[in-house]
Write a protein that binds this ligand. Structure first.
Ligand code: NAP
Length: 252
């Protein structure tokens, strides 16, 4: 038994959108600290398989599982699949997210619904599914990935900002319901982070953000993963209902 409070040996984490970007970095870091990982993906099996192979090479167990987090039946099937093949997760990283930017006056209902459903409904559905096992275990960690957009708002991203603000209050409410069960629930709000999600931004937009970043650089997936792994660990056992920005000072 390790005395290192950051050690995650014996825990099983389900990471939604664990195949790329922040979810991938979080999966790898938690595995390096001893956790077994269920790597959820939506469309890109190859990326999930690569993460699973990297975790297996570390001597940990990992399992790739496909599901659209916005679809209740798929989330329920995913949870059953993970329990059957890896065990019951006691850590959930509700990370899967998507953007589809447009100005409000031009935004279609489909674009609005897609972003709200992936980011907010997906967090609700996966949290609901994960809580059952955590309540039985009387130990659990829910960590959701919001965004600085959910704190400050973001022109051209009203759907995304609304969803990410919703994630913050959803998770705080979960913390209030679950504290007596020894289950913590916290949210991380990354700033601009180098992943495929931000790869399409124009040089002008990238420069604009750079000027606002107190630390003078974009974030990396590893910057965010450090906070994910901390919240998942016993080192964070007295922290719940909180939102921490990992954003180089963007929201300061
Ligand atoms: P990314 O590189 O685009 O990766 C997105 C991940 O989510 C992929 O694994 C993708 O799976 C998965 N995914 C997308 N839609 C899904 C769905 N409906 N069901 C299940 N999985 C789905 O994104 P990222 O930048 O790492 O973002 C991770 C989280 O951080 C998101 O919640 C995002 O909103 C948030 N965030 C990112 C930034 C940033 O600057 N990058 C800033 C603030 C917050 P497939 O590849 O299989 O489709």
């Amino acid at each position: 038994m390790s005395t290192d409070k950051l050690d995650l040996t014996g825990h099983i984490a389900l990471v939604t959108g664990g195949s790329r970007g922040i979810g991938r970095a979080s999966s790898l870091l938690m595995a390096s600290r001893g956790a077994d990982i269920a790597v959820n993906y939506h469309t890109r099996r190859d990326a999930a398989d690569e993460v699973v192979a990297a975790i297996t090479a570390m001597g940990r167990r990992a399992y790739a599982v496909q599901a659209d987090v916005a679809e209740a039946a798929q989330v329920e099937a995913m949870m059953k699949d993970v329990i059957d093949n890896l065990g019951t997760p006691d850590i959930l990283i509700a990370n899967a997210g998507a953007t589809a930017d447009d100005l409000v006056v031009r935004m279609s209902e489909e674009t609005w619904d897609h972003v709200i459903n992936t980011n907010l409904r997906g967090t609700y559905l996966t949290t609901r599914a994960a809580l059952r096992g955590m309540m039985r275990a009387r130990w659990g960690r829910i960590i959701a990935i919001s965004s600085v957009a959910g704190i400050r708002g973001s022109a051209g991203q009203s759907n995304y900002a609304a969803a990410k603000a919703g994630v913050i209050m959803f998770i705080r409410s979960v913390a209030k319901e679950m504290g007596s069960r020894n289950i913590t629930a916290n949210t991380i709000a990354p700033g601009v982070t180098e992943t495929e999600m931000t790869a399409h931004l124009t040089p002008d937009v990238k420069q604009h953000y750079l000027e606002e970043l107190l630390l003078g650089r974009w974030g990396t997936p590893d910057d965010v993963a450090e906070m994910v792994a901390f919240f998942a660990s016993d080192a964070a056992s007295y922290i719940t209902g909180q939102t921490i920005a990992v954003d180089g000072g963007l929201s300061a």
